[in-house]
Design a protein around this ligand. Sequence first.
Ligand SMILES: [Zn+2]
Length: 116
Amino acid sequence: MIFFKSRRQREFIIVDTMIRMYCTKMHASDQELCSSCHDLQEYARKRLDRCVFGELKPVCRECSVHCYSPQKREQMRIIMRWAGPRMIYAHPVYAIIHLFDSRNRSTIDRTIIKSE
Ligand SMILES: [Zn+2]
């Protein structure tokens, strides 16, 4: 159940879902991801594990640290751009959670700014 996962686990589930949607449609993959998307999935998992913000990480789109290599970043950007709008229809719960996580981070930022 995604609601009970940690912030980073939620992020990975959502990223993984988007990669799968993209690969199934654009690379005609079946159960298994193609090698390129599989590499990206593993890369994303490692980046999330090592995220300097830990559980307070912002959604990747709003992050100030660019931890992806330019090539992987571009690959992910293309996938997100394609899968992002489709998430609302294919996985509405994930789309709402991602929106909530985006808002949540803004709240944390405002709190930090206020206390300074
Ligand atoms: Zn693929």
